[in-house]
Structures are given as C-alpha cells and as structure tokens.
Design a protein around this ligand. Structure first.
Ligand SMILES: Nc1nc(O)c(N)c(N[C@@H]2O[C@H](COP(=O)(O)O)[C@@H](O)[C@H]2O)n1
Length: 151
C-alpha cells in the first residue's frame, strides 16, 4: 500500500518530511533539519552570509522562506545539483537517527509519496501528477541503508 506523508505531525511517517526535527552533521557543520541544509546549498558560492544565516535560523519554515527569496543570487548549477543535494541531506538524516531509520526500513518495498498539494516537483501535487522526487529519494535512501545493513 502506498505510504503518503506530508505534515511532520502525522505518525509514524511525519519524520519523512524535511521539516522534521532531526539534525545532523554534514560538510563540517550542524544542520537542524534537512530543509536547513537543502535551502542553504542554494547560496554556497553566491552569498555566503545568507548561506550561514539559513543554517542558523530556528525553524525549517524560516529556512525554506529564506531559500526561496530570489533577492539573493541562486547558484548557477542549482537545477543540475538539487536532486543530489537533497539525497545527501536525506541520507545523512537517516544515517544519524536510528529510530527514524527503522521506520523507513520497515516500509519494505512500498511506494513513498510526499502528499503535497502545492509541490509538483518534490511532491505529488494536488492531483497526483507531480514528480514526487522527495518520495523517490526516500526510496533510494531506503535501498542504500538496506544494502549497508546487509553488509
Ligand atoms: N511545506 C511545504 N511548503 C512548500 O511550499 C513546499 N514546496 C514544500 N515542499 C518541500 O519544499 C522543499 C523544497 O522547496 P523548494 O525546492 O525550495 O521550493 C522540500 O523540502 C519539499 O519537500 N513543503
């Protein structure tokens, strides 16, 4: 049965959201959520003070708002690298936290879908026609973790 998630409040799959409070260390820094990491990477070589500010804000909601602020210059290769960056963040989050890693692994081979009514790239969108790239990345991360576990 397909597994849908969106809000961090929904149990047990709210932890699949990038807004869930599961921090991790990556690239030599601490990130409060995968949303913080993902949004900051948009400015890594174009606006370092803004990159640092995003890392330091309290909530993923603020990080997302700042990351979408186009008054700050987006890195030129963003469209080419954003999926890989998202996967690195999601993988590191689930490597760091054993409790949510078990929740992800326990989904077996079920399809995972970010049930966002507004996001047709990372989610499935209101009518289900979206790309669901976050769901696909979670499934790819699940496979990587499964293989690491079986080594
Ligand atoms: N809560 C929420 N609001 C939105 O408007 C969204 N687009 C999403 N989806 C999440 O947004 C992140 C990527 O956003 P951008 O590529 O910067 O637009 C990612 O975490 C999606 O899962 N969520």
């Amino acid at each position: 049965m397909t597994i849908y998630f969106y809000s961090t409040r929904e149990k047990p799959y709210g932890c699949f959201s990038n807004f869930s409070q599961h921090g991790f260390e990556l690239d030599g820094a601490w990130w409060a959520t995968s949303e913080h990491y993902f949004q900051a990477q948009k400015f890594i070589d174009t606006d370092r003070p803004w990159f640092d500010k995003i890392r330091e804000v309290k909530t993923p909601k603020e990080a997302a708002k700042m990351g979408r602020d186009r008054s700050h210059p987006l890195r030129g290769d963003w469209e080419q690298v954003k999926d890989e960056i998202m996967q690195q963040a999601v993988l590191q989050k689930f490597k760091t936290h054993a409790d949510i890693r078990e929740i992800l692994l326990a989904t077996g081979d079920e399809v995972i879908v970010e049930n966002s009514p507004i996001d047709y790239y990372w989610g499935c969108g209101k009518d289900g026609s979206g790309k669901n790239r976050l769901g696909e990345i979670l499934m790819a991360v699940r496979e990587i973790l499964r293989q690491q576990q079986n080594r």
